[in-house]
Design a protein around this ligand. Structure first.
Ligand SMILES: Cc1cc2nc3c(=O)[nH]c(=O)nc-3n(C[C@H](O)[C@H](O)[C@H](O)COP(=O)(O)O)c2cc1C
Length: 193
């Protein structure tokens, strides 16, 4: 692989949000489906964060592949005011587990904004420091949740099930022993043993 590039931009959503409650907006869901389908074979990773009518996206991958994608993104009419926040060569990916992680602006991010006296999530206003801090927050959020890498969901699920079985084993053994003891006591009381 050639030079690894990390590109971060901000944009404004160009559609009427229609999500309710915790649901993901259908337009955002389409963007994510498309991103995950395209990015994985191109070895592009990153994170897309959405809130208050804005997108904040980080793309990591081989320089020319990321630059081509950014050119396509500039012409996508699902967002506007696409503004480059940062573009730099890096030695390591921050988001290697994900072909495109998605985060809504959550309480932790709001707290970060408050510290910088920002009332809303307006990534066009972010300083370089704020961009870096938000990327770290988004990276750590993905690590805290230990997601199954995309495209390997099956083995991830299998691993989770194996873990769950291991956690249940002591309880199952105790329940079995208690059941056997109860049957023996019952038989003894009935005078059969
Ligand atoms: C906010 C936003 C983020 C996007 N992120 C990606 C992405 O990470 N990867 C990608 O392939 N397309 C992404 N897209 C879609 C591209 O702009 C473009 O529509 C798509 O790459 C075309 O893919 P297709 O040739 O498979 O239709 C994004 C679009 C928006 C509005």
């Amino acid at each position: 692989m050639g030079d690894l590039l990390r590109l971060v931009y901000a944009s404004r959503i160009n559609f009427e949000p229609s999500a309710t409650g915790d649901q993901m907006d259908p337009v955002v869901a389409d963007i994510l489906r498309q991103s995950r389908r395209n990015n994985e074979p191109r070895e592009i990773g990153g994170v897309l964060c959405c809130g208050d009518g804005y997108f904040f996206q980080c793309l990591e991958g081989e320089r020319s592949v990321v630059e081509n994608l950014y050119d396509r993104l500039l012409r996508d009419d699902r967002h506007r005011d696409v503004t480059l926040l940062s573009k730099r060569p890096v030695r390591q990916r921050m988001f290697q587990l994900w072909s495109m992680k998605f985060m809504n602006v959550d309480r932790r991010i709001r707290r970060m904004l408050e510290v910088d006296r920002l009332e809303a999530f307006e990534p066009h206003q972010f300083s370089d420091l704020m961009v870096d801090r938000l990327l770290e927050e988004l990276r750590d959020a993905s690590e805290r949740r230990r997601p199954a890498p995309l495209g390997r969901q099956r083995s991830g699920t299998g691993a989770r099930q194996a873990g769950a079985t291991r956690e249940l084993m002591p309880g199952l053994m105790f329940a079995t022993a208690a059941g056997v003891t109860a049957i023996v006591i019952g038989l003894m009381l009935a005078g059969l043993v």
